[in-house]
Write a protein that binds this ligand. Sequence first.
Ligand code: ADP
Length: 308
Amino acid sequence: MARLLAIGECMVELGDAGSGLLRKGFAGDTLNAAYYARTYLPAAFDVAYLSAVGTDLLSAEMLAFIGDKGILTEDVLEIEGAAPGLYMIHLKEGERSFSYWRSASAARRLAEDPAHLRRAIEKADTIVFSGITLAILSPEARETLILELRRAKAAGRRVVFDPNIRPRLWEDAATLRAVVEAGARASTILVPSFDDEQAHFADADPEATIARYRQWGADTVLVKNGSGAACLSNGTDAIVRITPPRVQTVVDTTSAGDSFNGAFLARLLTGVAPAEAAAFAARVAAAVIAHHGALVPPEHLPQALDLA
Ligand code: ADP
């Protein structure tokens, strides 16, 4: 059976519910991508999540939440005494900002057991991870994860990497660049965002981002670029530009890139050509940013015609 495994951190999300009340949710870049992949993959595909949580009630709620979305949680490590990370969304005059309590989160220990990691990866044929997944790990755990991903690539698995660069999560800029390069070299499909790549690798344009990641060994590079055209390089064919639909009112850009990644992969895995899969992903991301929240319910999302 085909199986997509996303690896990373899901956090507790606290958002303002008015009158001094907080609303609790659960989100994280790789979980968001898994949610959109699940939304668009046929039932014959499994979508699983690998992370680490604690054994407390909040961790149990998180697992139930993930499971309710149709995502398998059997590969999530449960660590006695650990607890999930948490973030709070602040809204001030329409602008969102975030406070994080994640420095001691259970997810930082997701790659501590190489045997567990290997077993979970070997059950999957597509593995998805991000720069956030790498940033939260210890240097040793990063090495363990990258080694297992390299093994997966060598065995012919699809390894999908979104560098999703969050400089504040990294100890320094040189480490960030070195580890993102190592992650990219272990991958077959790269889905970076141009603004991150320009800021941290000084790429002049999306073509430069494509050239760099291809040189590091990716078969497919799809560079997201906000409201600008995404650029796709697949094999030796010419670069294809995908202009996203115009969005009248951007309500909340949370999860734009993650939904794009999940929808793109879901279409690709069902045999759709990469350029067509990317165009579909741009439609999904456009719908996501027109709604509040990271995980937009299916009724607000485009239908994949062959799944309807
Ligand atoms: P990230 O959210 O990872 O930083 P981007 O900002 O590049 O990534 O956005 C990811 C995708 O979301 C884009 O490739 C595009 O398809 C869509 N998107 C983002 N902003 C807009 C926008 N203003 N209008 C239309 N689509 C957008």
